[in-house]
Design a protein around this ligand. Sequence first.
Ligand code: FAD
Length: 291
Amino acid sequence: MKLSELFSVPGLSLSFEVFPPKTDTAFQSVKTATEEIAKLRPSFMSVTYGAGGGTSRYTLEIAKNIKEHYQVPTLAHLTCVSSTKETVKTKIEEMKAAGIQNVMALRGDLTPELKNSDRGSWDFRYAIDLIHAIKESGADFCIGAACYPEIHPESANQADDIRHLKEKVDAGCSFLTTQMFFDNNLLYNFLYKIREAGITVPVIPGVMPITNANQVERAIHLSGSFMPQRFKSLVDKFGHSPAAMKQAGIAYATDQIIDLFANGICNVHVYSMNKPDVAEKIQSNLSDILG
Ligand code: FAD
């Protein structure tokens, strides 16, 4: 099923994100974790693309397995930065062959090595280049792209970021998924601004349950997200106890999702990070709300 169809169905829904293994030996345990999450029957599952593409075959294998054996619609991520036209063409063909219908078109992060290389010669500099390549290939994918309620870290200002976002949407992307955020007001502000800029496609907020104290620093480093005092206090108080922190982190994410639903958001994406127990707990916390 194309996600554009799914988003047009009224009602509240949750989707989950998983990531592929980094090594061959980890494949089976990751596959099992993704299957446990699929059994929860989320509205869809996204499968990320390992930076550098070294494990790209697993993205497709996992997405295909979830779709075929659990009938859960899947969204396969694909990054393009510094790729050649030939590589991207092959990836698109592989996705078609795997029966993928939904693709998240991303640039990918710039490693220090990439930052120092000559970008002038790259075939793909931004996610929009990948969106163009998918469209030109004739593949009939429903295309999604990333957006940043707190601005992409490389953007000079929000106006530029939103202008580039509109270009991605105009190039043919049907929905947007947000970077994680821990203060819903930042999302509401962002939505107001992008709607004003003429971006009308569905925006799926991404919520990250922080379930251990070590995750906090990594999450801030990767996303640059603002941590509200309410969240910092929770980490200060419960961070030393893994069980208490997990419970508090799940409660915080649940609370964020309830507020999003109460304020008119219909689809929320949970960065469940291959943790079936976390996905299950959040879903059961919302069982009567989701209906
Ligand atoms: P772009 O849309 O290309 O934007 C990157 C920057 O360039 C922004 O600052 C933008 O404003 C600017 N820009 C865009 N177009 C232009 C232009 N024409 N001229 C000048 N500036 C421009 N990474 C992975 O490796 N694998 C994944 O699976 C993955 N999944 C993700 C899912 C989500 C929902 C999100 C939010 C991020 C994900 N990432 C993933 C991380 C992502 O690759 C990085 O955030 C990356 O730095 C930017 O990717 P993008 O697609 O948003 O880039």
